[in-house]
Design a protein around this ligand. Structure first.
Ligand SMILES: NC(=O)c1ccc[n+]([C@@H]2O[C@H](COP(=O)([O-])OP(=O)(O)OC[C@H]3O[C@@H](n4cnc5c(N)ncnc54)[C@H](O)[C@@H]3O)[C@@H](O)[C@H]2O)c1
Length: 336
């Protein structure tokens, strides 16, 4: 027997009446828990595409930071000509901020983007799913915790699903939709539809594998990159350059399977017959990463990682990343 989800008819209404109408008269209600880096960025995407957004956080300090992040993003979008001043004002007026957990009582759709800690997430879901309407869809943006394990704390877990966004979510289109053991097929389908309604690109992940798809692929590359540096085959910068000027450019346009088809399966088979055995298969965190971790060199957030970020270097690196990502996204996709 199927389950009823209030977001389905509201999405249909949004599609038939159009975003412009929704921006004036209402739209589906989304509550986002956690007004941090991810939650604040998602909030403005949903407001932009016709949803009424409530950002919920445990602390007013978190909400203030979220509001500030949104204001910075909106100013940048308007000054770059990506959004009119009028639309930006509408976006801002459609986001409300609260520390009252009662906000979940009104939700059609929930995204949890609070701290990545299983205990905290379980406590949160126990309470929020008790308050949310029976017909609401509930999702978590966990980076890699088990969806099935989190769903243990959720009332009516068939409505619960993973919805993993990529930082910065207002620019990167991918959304992984992860089915847990109890997630109903209708829930997976509804989450995919919601992602499409805000002009993102959903992919479906079955069987709840640790790290989902993106992080498994990312860490496979990182392990080999660290292996090459550790063994003195190349510098950190040269490995980064191989990705930026070679593989990364290719992968922005075609995936690994398309690459094989275009390059010739026979060739990839022959190379694979001697190369797979030579690749790193270490099980522990490789030493170049572990050593920096022990020194507290956490990257831009601490001023040093594989590179040095002193004298405003961190801000410059983040700004350049966002500018380049946006250029690429605009070049490859419409409506981002
Ligand atoms: N940052 C990334 O690159 C990234 C990418 C994908 C997924 N994620 C995941 O998204 C989630 C949020 O990450 P972030 O980077 O936005 O974190 P963040 O630290 O920037 O923000 C987390 C926010 O959650 C609030 N919070 C903490 N506990 C809470 C609770 N019990 N109830 C309500 N609010 C609470 C905090 O006050 C803070 O404002 C994590 O699960 C993370 O793994 C992060």
């Amino acid at each position: 027997m199927g389950i009823t989800l209030s977001i389905r008819p509201k999405l249909e209404e949004l599609r038939s009446r159009g975003v412009e109408t929704a921006l004036t008269v209402g739209g589906p209600k989304i509550v986002i828990a956690g007004a941090g880096l991810m939650g604040a960025s998602m909030g403005q995407i949903f407001a932009r595409w016709g949803y009424l957004v409530t950002l919920y956080d445990i602390a007013w300090e978190g909400l203030d930071k979220g509001r500030e992040l949104i204001a910075i993003n909106q100013r940048a979008l308007v000054s770059q000509g990506d959004l009119s001043g009028d639309l930006s004002r509408k976006v801002l007026s459609r986001i409300s901020y609260t520390t009252a957990i009662d906000a979940f009582k009104e939700a059609d759709f929930v995204i949890e983007a609070i701290v990545e800690n299983l205990g905290v997430k379980l406590d949160f879901w126990k309470e929020a799913s008790r308050l949310a309407p029976d017909e609401a869809v509930l999702t978590t943006n966990t980076s890699g915790l088990s969806i099935t394990e989190i769903s243990g704390a959720v009332r009516l877990p068939e409505r619960f699903c993973g919805m993993h966004w990529v930082n910065p979510p207002h620019i990167v289109p991918l959304v992984e939709v992860i089915q847990g053991k109890s997630t109903a097929e209708e829930t997976v389908e509804a989450v995919r539809e919601v992602a499409l309604s805000v002009h993102r690109h959903p992919v479906t992940v079955r069987g709840d594998p640790r790290g989902f798809l993106l992080n498994r692929l990312q860490y496979a590359v990182l392990r080999e990159a660290l292996h090459l540096v550790e063994n003195g085959y190349a510098s950190v910068k040269d490995v980064d350059d191989v990705m930026k000027y070679g593989l990364g450019m290719r992968y922005a346009c075609i995936g690994p399977f398309e690459t094989v088809d275009l390059g010739g399966l026979d060739t990839f088979y022959r190379v694979g017959s001697y190369l797979f055995a030579d690749l790193s298969d270490v099980k522990d965190v490789p030493e170049p990463l572990a050593a920096l971790y022990r020194e507290g060199a956490f990257g831009t957030k601490s001023g040093r990682g594989f590179y040095d970020y002193g004298n405003g270097g961190a801000e410059r690196a983040i700004e350049k990343r966002d500018k380049d990502f946006l250029k690429l996204a605009k070049c490859l996709y419409e409506d981002i």
